[in-house]
Design a protein around this ligand. Structure first.
Ligand code: PXP
Length: 235
């Protein structure tokens, strides 16, 4: 299981003062010194954290970028210009605090099929961020995704409340179903140093994308140690 480090919240902090600190390129360089698969960056429509120029600067480092993005033409144009290692299509609502649910692939099959095609033609791996539901998994296969990323938010919330077995089983079942269809499976959202060990119970997970908990820990012990400790936990 590999780690994708989401560095959005370095940019959140920087933007709080509309200045240059903390420097996202310095954070990216630090993260890239570790055995991670990719840097995950979410270019939101309102640019509340990552800005377009951040992507270009981080790409210049030769980093593998996993670009989280809404399936809009404006962001697609940027993705086709940057050509990240992968994109992960997410739903997006301006008012939400974070990505609060999975992408509804079932209800927009035709749109997503057309949307994904030019990305794949550029050699970009395409992942869809979905809830652990068989219908969404099946639709993801039909529209041409390479990967799904299972939304672990429900699991993480249940873990906090003390019982997450049902949510973990849902993730396991959806992962197995997806793998049987030939999809590769990632997971992310709300994962932290306490709950991440349970992801090892899901067979064949490729990558975990983790941001908030790593950046939060980094405030106290530094980004190097925060990443290293997470890597230890998912080994
Ligand atoms: N994966 C996806 C698709 C996301 O939208 C997010 C949040 O940006 C994450 C992973 C990381 O979530 P967290 O910051 O809670 O670790």
């Amino acid at each position: 299981m590999k780690l994708g480090v989401n560095i959005d919240h370095i940019a959140t902090l920087r933007n709080a003062r509309a200045g240059l600190e903390p420097d996202i390129v310095a954070a990216a360089k630090l993260a890239l010194n570790h055995d991670i698969l990719a840097l995950t960056m979410h270019l939101r429509e309102d640019r509340r954290h990552i800005k377009d120029e951040d992507l270009y600067e981080v790409k210049k480092l030769g980093a593998k970028i996993n670009l989280e993005m809404a399936a809009t033409k404006e962001i697609q144009k940027i993705a086709l210009d940057i050509v990240p290692y992968s994109v992960c299509l997410v739903p997006e609502r301006r008012q939400e605090i974070t990505t609060e649910g999975g992408l509804d692939v079932e209800s927009q099959r035709e749109y997503l099929k057309d949307f994904i095609k030019p990305l794949k033609e550029k050699g970009i791996i395409v992942s869809l961020f979905i809830d652990a539901q068989n219908g969404q998994v099946r639709a993801s296969k039909e529209v041409g995704a390479d990967y799904i990323e299972l939304h672990t938010g429900k699991f993480s919330n249940a873990f906090e409340k003390g019982s997450c077995q049902r949510e973990l089983n849902e993730l396991k079942d959806a992962a197995k179903y997806a793998q049987n269809l030939g999809l590769k499976v990632n997971a992310g959202h709300g994962l932290n140093y306490k709950n991440v060990y349970l992801m090892k119970e899901i067979d064949g997970l490729c990558e975990l994308n983790i941001g908030h908990s790593i950046i939060s820990k980094a405030i106290f012990c530094g980004l190097d140690r925060a990443i290293e400790e997470m890597l230890e936990l998912i080994k």
